[in-house]
Design a protein. Sequence first.
Length: 277
Amino acid sequence: MANGSRQAVWEFFGTELKRRRENAELTQVELGARVFVSGGYIGQFEQAIRKPQLDVAQRIDEVLQTDGIFERLCRKLIDDPRYAEYFARAAELEALATEIYEFAPALVPGLLQTRDYAWAVTVSMNPFAVDEYIEEKVSGRLERARILKDAARPVYWVVLHENALRIPVGGPAGMAEQLESIARMAHKRTAVVQVLPYAAGPYPVMTGSLKLMEFDDAPPTAYTEAVYSGNLLDDPAVVKRARAAYDQIRAAALSPEASLALIESAAEDFRRCASTT
């Protein structure tokens, strides 16, 4: 489903939600209380600013007695073949964010990946998949990254663990290209990049990646990911803890200048390795 079509369906979701809510003679606050979200969230759903999680859509159906229409719409909209089911909603929010703060413990994040790097990662996770399937996933990842090329691009601050610089994804040449691409983005100030070195030792959220997203007209959200699973977190207390963990990681990382020097040094090492093989 094209992005424009998906947005149109989200807008229909919001319009239909407002109609059914008003027919039930409930305010946004009253409906929100019954489905365990704020009235403000209901307003954002109705305006298609924010997309509800599946369990919220299910509770809306139950409260408004809508025979599962909102669950079906939600399932249709999050069923994007370009993304894993658990990441699809985070990808939608990513495109709306004004600020994105990310920590990557092992892999270069999707927003920074080159085509060859993305291809190698996708093949490693799907070793028996046909090329058409791999291309679909890679194209989706590269399409996501376009938000950093827009004039109204979000603030993007990323901390890479040194692992992400050292694991030769896609071979030495591919890895050199990937690191050189990150360095160019740092030089152009498209992104602020820091590296958490091995010497920093243990750090918060060692079990997975972390992404924080902020919006002009909606509360901040955190997204964490582990093996074949992801969690979109919007509870204010939990998001606050996630932000504190990110701040700890950022404080322990090398400065942007020192990080850029390390990235460029690693790229040179891979480039030399590629030239001798």
